[in-house]
Design a protein. Structure first.
Length: 301
């Protein structure tokens, strides 16, 4: 999920809607957002990859014996492209309960990954060769992490598994330290960096827009408490079923993209609380006839 200096501006460039939210004003707003997206889209889009687990591993911590895979996602096609790339393994042994993956900056074809408490290689920072899935252990981390991102050249940021505590991970030692206080909900499910801010989503809570799932919290990259809050606004549980990947897409105008553990890929072009549009369905990964369906994390390369 990842590391793009992406498109929060496209999510918030919609005009302020009137209290009546009449159709004409919504239509004008959407046209202007589309125009801004086309004008500012990068000339070449990076590859988008996903950490994929079987769709039955929906809890946190992830259940034991859940194998881990990398798929390639193409948001520029309809239906969205979903292609198997590799299975994550160490010395030929499949690695279970991989909980996060992100780009290894400046190193072709490699990614960082972390493992959860129920992994057969628990609490590990892995160096993963994306095309083959072949991996090596770099460090034992001091905490169990999920949904990791590149904070800077020497530091990852991730969620402490089964919590809303965001931690920094020192790539030179595997040591974890607090990035922010524990969040407002009891658990964060997804994390991404976009447009110079860090975003965390609590997929199954609806504190910000009542009855609408997907509370999103914005942080400065320097850490501290959250500075803004938004809502994915899903009324469909499968759209935001934990654990889920979070990604902001600017290349194809998809805005906020969520890949849930329940096999549904969806997006929302405006995460302002309780204001339309609501999330749109993009893909049910089960229909691709692949063996594995739950999207737990995204990364770009």
């Amino acid at each position: 999920m990842k590391k793009l200096s992406l498109c929060i501006s496209s999510l918030f460039c919609l005009l302020t809607l009137s209290c009546q939210d009449d159709f004409k004003e919504i239509e004008t707003t959407q046209k202007e957002a589309k125009k801004a997206t086309l004008e500012e889209r990068p000339s070449a889009c990076p590859s988008l990859f996903a950490l994929v687990l079987p769709a039955n591993g929906t809890g946190s911590p992830i259940l034991p014996n859940i194998q881990s895979f990398i798929f390639k996602i193409d948001l520029g096609t309809s239906p969205v492209g979903y292609t198997f790339v590799s299975q994550i393994k160490i010395g030929g042994t499949p690695v279970t309960c991989v909980t996060g993956i992100t780009d290894m900056t400046g190193t072709t074809d490699f990614a960082w990954a972390v493992t959860g408490i129920n992994s057969n290689f628990p609490k590990k920072l892995l160096k993963v060769h994306i095309p083959t899935g072949n991996s090596s252990i770099v460090y034992t981390t001091t905490d169990y992490l999920q949904d990791i991102e590149n904070l800077d050249a020497t530091t990852l940021v991730g969620i402490k598994e089964d919590s809303s505590q965001i931690l920094k991970l020192d790539l030179s030692s595997g040591a974890c330290s607090p990035f922010a206080p524990s969040g407002f909900p009891s658990q964060y499910n997804g994390l991404t960096i976009a447009r110079g801010k860090l975003y965390a989503i609590s997929g199954n809570t609806s504190f910000i827009c009542p009855t609408r799932r997907g509370d999103i919290f914005e942080y400065e990259l320097t850490g501290g408490d959250y500075i803004n809050k938004y809502s994915y606004k899903s009324s469909v549980a499968s759209y935001t079923m934990k654990e889920l990947g979070l990604h902001f897409d600017f290349c194809y105008g998809k805005g906020c993209v969520v890949g849930s553990a329940q096999a549904i890929l969806s997006n929302n072009t405006n995460i302002k609380p309780c204001i339309t549009p609501y999330p749109s369905f993009l893909l049910n990964t089960v229909t691709t006839h692949q063996n594995y369906h739950g999207i737990y994390d995204f990364m770009t390369k």
